[in-house]
Design a binder for this molecule. Structure first.
Ligand SMILES: Nc1ncnc2c1ncn2[C@@H]1O[C@H](COP(=O)(O)OP(=O)(O)OP(=O)(O)O)[C@@H](O)[C@H]1O
Ligand SMILES: [Mg+2]
Length: 208
């Protein structure tokens, strides 16, 4: 069982994943949480290149392949073994982020990005995707607040303009429209508690 969490910057993915981990662990489920890009040594190295605001702009195709390389390693080292062990895997960003950011955001051809996603995943696909939806300006303000609070340098995407983030948001919207059975929209404007109770309900339905 693979459950992914998607949405723009600051939509609450990390906040909600830790709550879901807690809820599932409390009910005796074997659950692991991982993050993209990251989760492996290669992934962490690529993360620092991809998210560090000092990296500056990259060729969109180079960016696509770096995210895809991180995912391929994460599938190999972490996700596939965990699924084989019968664990529930929660992943903070996955294929839909690639489609939304590198496809819709950067303007790479959507079908080409989708094909690379399928190739990298080789049959592993999310059973459920929680799309945390909130207005771009609200998300960016939350994300920038959190970056400043943590003194984090992972602001490369937060630096993109509102038009970029609006294209990304439109990307998530059209993915959710195309795959309504897999992708469930959750309104992330509500309180952390309300958002998490909706997510936990969706997760429980998916795993029961
Ligand atoms: N429902 C909510 N209401 C108000 N604030 C929230 C809510 N959810 C999350 N936050 C706050 O917004 C900030 C961003 O949340 P979080 O880090 O979970 O988002 P994210 O989707 O993981 O962002 P990123 O894509 O940058 O990793 C945090 O400071 C968090 O406490
Ligand atoms: Mg996060």
């Amino acid at each position: 069982m693979l459950i992914t969490f998607e949405g723009i910057e600051g939509s609450g993915k990390s906040t909600q994943i830790s709550r879901v981990v807690q809820a599932l662990s409390n009910s005796g489920r074997d659950v692991i949480a991982t993050v993209e890009p990251g989760g492996t040594e290669l992934g962490m190295n690529l993360r620092s290149i991809l998210l560090d605001s000092n990296t500056g702009s990259l060729d969109p195709l180079a960016e696509l392949f770096l995210f895809s390389a991180a995912r391929s390693e994460l599938l190999f080292e972490v996700i596939k073994p965990a699924i084989a062990d019968g664990k529930i895997v929660l992943c903070d960003r996955f294929v839909d982020s690639t489609l939304a950011y590198q496809g819709y955001g950067r303007g790479l051809e959507i079908e080409m990005v989708a094909e690379i996603n399928r190739t990298v995943c080789a049959g592993v696909w999310p059973n459920l995707t929680i799309w945390l939806d909130l207005p771009v300006d609200v998300g960016l303000n939350r994300a920038i607040g959190r970056l400043n609070q943590n003194n984090s340098i992972e602001g490369r995407f937060e630096k993109e303009d509102v038009l970029f983030h609006t294209r990304v948001q439109d990307g998530f919207k059209s993915i959710a429209k195309q795959e309504p059975d897999r992708v469930k929209r959750v309104d992330s404007c509500e309180s952390i508690e309300n958002v998490s109770s909706k997510i936990i309900q969706l997760v429980n339905e998916a795993i029961s």
